[in-house]
Design a protein around this ligand. Sequence first.
Ligand code: SF4
Length: 85
Amino acid sequence: MSRETMALRVDRIRCDGYGMCAELLPELIALDDWGFPILRSDIVPPTLLDHAARAVDVCPVVALRLVAAPAARRDARGPVPVRAK
Ligand code: SF4
């Protein structure tokens, strides 16, 4: 059975920089000088999915999310422009 490719997203407005996510998932999350997360890669390899889910669960302000990778890519690009005919 194949698992859907998942990606991490950080809500930078909600994030309070506690840094717990980086402690639990250092393979994918580093911290900047102020303790806010920097994603090394937003795509979560299947081998790290359980760790990523745990990092999401412990975020005290629900700022970290796991989303399906195609949706994550749409989010990153923003709305698709409509071409005039
Ligand atoms: S655990 Fe949540 S609040 Fe803390 S740094 Fe990570 S995303 Fe931000």
